[in-house]
Design a protein around this ligand. Structure first.
Ligand code: ZN
Ligand code: ZN
Length: 344
């Protein structure tokens, strides 16, 4: 079970855990890479050149060494790309990965190395491929480079199928940038925000291991609680909120749906999902430009707050999803943020 970063004391730091420099096929030198992300407000970074460990220190951002390594072969014939964080012994990594992906992951597990499966969609990996190995902390649910290169940025289907089969893996967003300033620009596009006790590498790694972070391409989560049958989240303005669970057990709330409830009596009956049962039992209150939709049917309650710019808060009571749920929000520019899953 991942820890809830919003319950933890500490500071939020923005980071990118996958990127390339001139030490492999990237367009920025390691120092330019640091300067680029520092100017964009990042607090920690990994450089993950292909089959090379790039070592560089910085007094601006916390640097974590890393590598991207290719190994094994999935059902569709493509190799896995694996991002390893806080690693130093490239000879060992090269020896292991050339032998087999299983040997690499035996080493990952024995040494408690942080590993992420890079861009499963881009690599044409199947969920079987991802299930055939273990020892990784998470997968890249979003990869900016793969998105702008060939429309394969999002691996959320892989993620949900792993979660549905009981694999408690986290999801990160990364840039995997190569181009930076050359259109189509591939950074900064996706990041994680880690809640860390202090601004040190050790605490950032600890927070990563605990799952004390969320992924984003824009929106910000301000708070999240899930306890005693109540789920509550506050966030920057969005047009859509998805509670995603196994099969069709989740549901979606959109600004359009709220408009329909508010204005479209005639079409209300066509509402689907959870709102259907609230049709006869929904109250709307307004305070300045803040609108609260409050639905109550027996043990189940829902509260959605929005203003003219979008939805900013959702509270559910009495809802139990199937196996797990995760929360995904989407703003008016189609940028998204993803919380790590909560398992039952
Ligand atoms: Zn790759
Ligand atoms: Zn890469």
């Amino acid at each position: 079970m991942f820890s809830n970063p919003f319950r933890k004391k500490g500071i939020w730091l923005k980071g990118n855990l996958h990127g390339h420099t001139t030490n492999s096929d990237g367009r920025l030198t390691p120092q330019e890479y640091i300067d680029f992300y520092y100017k964009s407000g990042y607090g920690f970074l990994a450089i993950t050149d292909h089959e090379k460990i790039t070592k560089i220190d910085s007094d601006k951002v916390v640097m974590i060494t890393g590598i991207e390594t290719g190994t094994g072969r999935g059902e569709n014939g493509h190799s896995y790309h694996v991002v390893l964080i806080d690693v130093y012994d490239n000879d060992e990594i090269q020896r292991r990965r050339k032998n087999s992906i299983y040997e690499l992951f035996d080493w990952v597990k024995a040494n408690n190395v942080i590993a992420f499966i890079a861009h499963p969609y881009w690599s044409s990996l199947t969920v079987n491929d991802l299930r055939s190995i273990d020892g990784y902390l998470g997968i890249e649910l979003y990869n900016t480079g793969c998105d702008i290169e060939c429309g394969k940025g999002y691996s959320t289907v892989h993620w949900d199928n792993l979660l549905a089969s009981g694999r408690e893996v986290s999801g990160i967003a990364v840039d995997d940038a190569h181009r930076y300033f050359i259109p189509p620009i591939d950074a900064p596009g996706g990041w994680i925000k880690v809640k860390t006790e202090t601004r040190t590498k050790e605490d950032i790694l600890k927070a990563l291991r605990e799952g004390s972070f969320y992924a984003s391409t824009g929106p910000i989560f301000y708070n999240f609680e899930s306890a005693n049958n109540v789920i509550k989240a506050d966030f920057s303005h969005v047009k859509r909120v998805d509670f995603i669970s196994e099969g069709g057990a989740g549901f979606t709330i959109t600004n359009d749906m709220l408009d329909l409830i508010k204005y479209g009596d005639k079409y209300r009956k066509y509402l689907s999902g959870m709102f259907k049962e609230f049709l006869e039992n929904i109250e709307i209150s307004r305070e300045d430009d803040r609108e609260t939709f409050y639905g109550n049917v027996g043990k189940r309650k829902v509260e959605v707050v929005r203003d003219d710019s979008g939805i900013t808060s959702v509270r559910l009571e009495g809802y139990i999803f199937r196996k797990y749920f995760r929360l995904e929000i989407t703003d008016k520019n189609e940028r998204k943020a993803w919380l790590n899953p909560v398992f039952y």
